[in-house]
Write a protein of this length. Sequence first.
Length: 452
Amino acid sequence: MKSIFLQILISVFAISLLVADEPLPIDSLWKSESFRKAYTGSYGIDSRIEPLINEDEAFYLGEAAKLMGKEDRPGAIQKLIDSDLLDNSPALLFSLGNFHFEEGDPKVAISYFDKALELFPNFRDAHRNVAMLKIQTGDHEAAEKHLKRAIELGSQEGLTYGLLAYCHTQKNRLQAALSAYRMAQVTMPEEIQWQLGEAYTLQALDEAEKASSIYASLIKKFPTDVSLWINQANAYAQKENYSEAIAHLELANRMSDLNPQNRVVLGQMFLEQSLADLAVENFREAVAEKGVSLSLAINCLGLLSNHQNWAEAKSFGEECAGIYQEELALPESKTFFSSFQRTMALAELETGDAKAGAKRVETLLESDPLDGDALILLARFREDNNQADDAIVLLEQAAIIPEKRAEALMAHGRILVSQFRYDEALKLLEESQSLSPTAGLKAYIEAIEELK
């Protein structure tokens, strides 16, 4: 029978996963009441999955429990270390592993759990506990092996299945993750992390409607949880219900200022609603003091360009030029710099400052004559300036670059169409269509054929 000392061990020595080197995406799980109950309540009396405890071991566990009752964890650790039974006692090693993790030393804790498993390979709780630590230290593959072994040994608790689901998500095994998250909720139905995990997985499986239903239920229970409002906004955005997504993000922002990344998301949603002013306002707040990376800032600029908000793109780009000036000048930022310059040049062209835009592109080509995007863009500047022959020369140069050939041929063909040179144009346009077929270009070719 289970000794009184072991019962004390279970209730007092429960591992508390509040300490970690870095927070996990499921970090709040370790703080939840359902986690604590699942952790402390699983150590049973099955001799196949738990080592039997003799009287000597029970004595040391009891002494350690008394010290823990006085909140003297270092004393409890020392009591077990001083025991001459430690090296051959899976139960004492297991308890010492728990203590060390509570002290914030997961590596030492893992070493004790490993020793316990060497002595008693079927120690189910040791498999589960070491898996928790492996997850916190980023070793998801090892964690998964231990969790599967715990399940093979009979573990049916939500904690094991929930952590296994998390491991599945790390490997993008979404269907397996979804099944495991649902299994976790059988015994831990109130654990928010498993519900969130199910919702995340449903979104990844493009089932945003089902995910949205879960978020709505959680928001009713936890209306002040900002992250839930943001998650619900993402689900609405996935369904292209941008008005609801914006409303949820705005409400989240009122409760707690959105971080820069979420500002970018909100700005993008405003663009989808043709609200460029509000989009730029959020983009500007996101990039303030380099709140987002240079690449993300340039993506924001590109979004404004793609939506043909040229004036907004130009002003936002000028602001980014000041904020990211030093980073843009770095050799390793060459790709970002080129993209930034091309987008700014296009914005200048569309806002009536074609001379400045052309100068930007010319400068790019001076440093990289094989910049296909720059060649095609400069050709557009030349064409708009009634320099069609110069534009064609540039497009012929761009067509030599394999990945830009289709785009260059299409632009060249359009110039020839404007010159009524239909036969020549069709040859170029048909080759472009064969390289990169689109419904729009196909329709354009058919329209030109009718003009012949």
